[in-house]
Design a protein around this ligand. Structure first.
Ligand code: FES
Ligand SMILES: [Fe+2]
Length: 343
């Protein structure tokens, strides 16, 4: 049986390819599961996603630019519309016709601060709901985003996120400690792990955010810690105060991009909720990124471990480790089921 580290992805899901503000009228190139894709915003604000390959000489269309509502190749200036048809060749004479080329066009949508793309069969896209991040626009949540770029198969990243026994690695950052697994729920599309853990932070005062900067203010207390693999993305809550998402963008078998989003809840401050919307929006925006150092620090430590796992696999693909956490077995079953549902 093929190793989980060599499996593909289920293409029939919405994957994240960029943050909303990364896609402008300057073409933006991404690779999602080995497919080079150019994203751009037409001058009317609409997002487009096309194969990143000019059919003339096969250079990258992302080296070109947006002209009106078309994408113009850098080399000879052929222009393409959002459906991927060539609509202009600047040096065509009256007797020559436009080439009947057709670039692959991907279903794409914008929501919850991100650009989501469907790699699979086009007709299925409207029937597959995309994963949502309702806290993104909610005024009671302060967001921080960290980008994960790791030279490892996506299974190593999701296993890291589902195995809460690795609090050990992050001791210096005091994210959580003493996790104990209570229960696993496993369905066709999801795995949920329910742990009990100790949390260092408690958001019950308006100045609680200063715990991020002053360790003396932190106090260990028990909180439920849940982790959910809602294929292909991930979601976690620690007590009432924290939610974390990881939106996956697998590049190939040995490279994964993902966006980690940390939310601190202000739900406990009911007085705050009576303030005018413009003020609350201003506060949310002003506090954006307040957990940046913590989040980036955690990501760096995880990435180092994940890449060592990948290297060890490449050097010796048949060696098996010892595992005590049954969540990892559930995660691997889900990955396998999903990956094979394409073929
Ligand atoms: S290579 Fe794109 S127009 Fe010639
Ligand atoms: Fe971690």
């Amino acid at each position: 049986m093929e190793s989980v580290r060599e499996l593909g992805i289920n293409l029939n899901h919405w994957y994240v390819v960029a943050r909303s503000n990364e896609v402008t009228t300057t073409p933006y190139s991404v690779t999602l599961w080995k497919q080079p894709i150019v994203l751009y915003r037409q001058e009317n604000g609409e997002i487009c996603a096309l194969e990143d390959r000019c059919p003339h000489r096969f250079v990258k269309l992302s080296s070109g630019n947006v002209s009106g509502n078309t994408l113009e190749c850098a080399y000879h200036g052929w222009r393409f519309n959002r459906e991927g048809k060539c609509v202009a060749v600047p040096y065509l004479n009256e007797k020559q016709k436009l080439p009947p080329c057709q670039l692959r066009q991907y279903p794409v949508q914008e929501g919850d601060g991100f650009i989501w793309l469907f790699l699979g069969e086009r007709d299925r896209a409207p029937k597959v709901p995309r994963f949502t991040v309702p806290e993104w626009d909610h005024l009671n949540y302060i967001a921080t985003v960290s980008i994960i770029e790791t030279q490892a198969h996506y299974s190593y990243l999701i296993e890291n996120l589902m195995d809460m026994y690795h609090g050990h690695l992050h001791q210096d950052w005091q994210a959580w400690t003493d996790a104990k697994l209570d229960k696993i729920d496993e369905t066709e599309e999801e795995v949920h792990g329910y742990y009990q853990a100790q949390s260092y932070y408690r958001i019950n005062r308006i100045w609680s955010i200063s715990q991020l900067f002053f360790p003396q203010l932190r106090q260990l207390h028990p909180e439920p810690l849940t982790v959910s693999y809602c294929y292909p993305h991930w979601f976690s809550t620690l007590g009432e105060d924290f939610k974390i998402y990881c939106l996956f963008s697998p590049v190939n078998e040995t490279s994964t991009r993902a966006y980690l989003i940390h939310f601190t809840s202000l739900n406990a401050f009911w007085r705050l909720h009576k303030l005018p919307i413009w003020f609350r929006r201003g506060l949310k925006n002003a506090l954006f990124g307040s957990a940046q150092k913590l989040l980036d620090g955690l990501v760096r430590q995880d990435v180092e471990m994940i890449e060592q796992e990948q290297q060890a696999f490449l050097e010796n693909p048949h060696q098996r480790g010892y595992e005590f956490n049954p969540v990892l077995g559930s995660v691997q079953r889900l990955i396998r089921k999903q990956a094979l549902s394409n073929s």
